[in-house]
Design a protein around this ligand. Sequence first.
Ligand code: CA
Length: 233
Amino acid sequence: MDKILVVEDEPDIREILEYNLAREGFRVITCADGAKGVDTARREAPALILLDLMLPGLDGVEACRLLKQDPITSDIPIIMVTAKSEESDVVLGLGVGADDYIAKPFSPKELVARVRAVLRRGPARQESLKGERLVFPGLTVDLGRHQVVVDGEEPEFTATELRLLHFLASHPGRVFSRAHLVSRVIGENAVVIERNIDVHIRAIRKKLGEQAGRVSTVRRVGYRFLEELPAAS
Ligand code: CA
């Protein structure tokens, strides 16, 4: 029975979360503020954290940053819970390492589906454990050999395109904001505007041909790599 930590200051929403997760068989522990949430996560080692964005004191973004920096808690997946109007903050949340987000109001069904999907992905994996060579059906991304193989072909990728594709593909399913991609792939000091990421993504998709669907746009947030190629529409 997976233990889930819910950090939420609004009692109504906390109850809804608790009720729906408990009904699905999860063990639920709750906290009403960010600082307590971080302490509880360290102590209880939950399988997953549902973290509200707007919290008194330590807010969700700061709490997420602390949890992801601490080796004791860095592997615990975090789903940020946000209000619709806070979607620009979601970008920040993902920039500090949140694994997914869910916007209020949400249906209980959606909530449980998100929780299960993130749990299925397993513990948030550390960067250093990632291989240089990533293999998916029809697609191999090899950073060390500077090589991408798409359905047997080897289209030429620029260094930036290769690093960008490799970074996304080494975190399948995880959404990254443009800002995060710029800082992680191109470098903190690079003179690159976030929209340039879109240009690189377009170039990558073109070179991926039939595999292009793996690089998926998440509206108003950024991009994610799909481990399984979506069925052609
Ligand atoms: Ca709140």
